[in-house]
Ligand binder design. Structure first.
Ligand code: E4P
Length: 217
């Protein structure tokens, strides 16, 4: 199972990289705006900066919604660095763009996926990753993890290579349940990943061991 961090914040990306368990980064226009990255040149430089911190895949999202625009943006992003994966929204023009990029050997992440049917289309177009947003589904009283189960079943039925990237992960239980279902990747905030390490019995156990060790020092 791969762990991606969902942020454009370089300090957090470095912190996650230093943990030694980071496999990649996802970004989106909202996360770039949050970091104050404005203008296409600054955006491209930021993607390269991220690629230079992490070893794995870095999703760069197109903002055009027409095929020609998505192709232009995606080809420019893909040329920036071999680690770049072009992130394309699940809209009809996006499906065409994914099919085009697949034919050109450019890897893609199909984003804003909220149903099994959308995930099926992404796989048929040849997407490298599909990003179902589980947290946002939970937010509207719909079972996000149930969607991951459905996509896993469908992809396994037909042997699709598209990796299931469970996105909009909000907390450690999302990660554990995704691991049980067999999602290929999760992406979320660093806090959800580091929360996996926490357990009160670990803390009290360590405190006791350290106190006892002093008795023999
Ligand atoms: C996916 O790639 C998105 O960037 C992301 O996971 C969305 O998460 P959010 O619902 O917490 O904004």
């Amino acid at each position: 199972m791969k762990f991606f961090i969902d942020t454009a914040n370089l300090a957090q990306i470095k912190e996650a990289q230093e943990l030694g368990i980071l496999d990649g980064v996802t970004t989106n226009p909202s996360l770039m705006a949050k970091e104050g990255i404005k203008g296409i040149d600054a955006i491209k430089k930021h993607y390269v900066d991220i690629c230079n911190i992490v070893d794995g895949d870095v999703s760069a999202e197109v903002i055009s919604t027409d095929l020609a625009g998505m192709i232009k943006e995606g080809e420019e992003f893909a040329a920036l660095h071999p680690q770049i994966v072009v992130k394309v929204p699940m809209i009809p023009e996006g499906i065409k763009a994914i099919k085009y990029f697949t034919g050109k050997g450019i890897r893609t992440n199909c984003t804003l996926v909220f149903s099994a049917g959308q995930a099926l289309l992404a796989a048929k177009a040849g997407a490298s990753y599909v990003s179902p947003f589980i947290g946002r589904l939970d937010d509207v009283s719909t079972d996000g993890l149930g969607l991951i189960e459905d996509i896993r079943l469908i992809y396994d039925n037909y042997g699709f290579d598209t990796e299931i990237l469970a996105a909009s992960v909000r907390h450690p239980m999302h990660i554990i349940e995704c691991a049980k279902i067999g999602a290929d990747v999760i992406t979320g905030p660093l806090s959800a990943i580091t929360a996996l390490a926490k357990h009160p019995l670990t803390d009290t156990g360590l405190a006791t061991f350290l106190a006892d060790a002093k008795k023999f020092a």
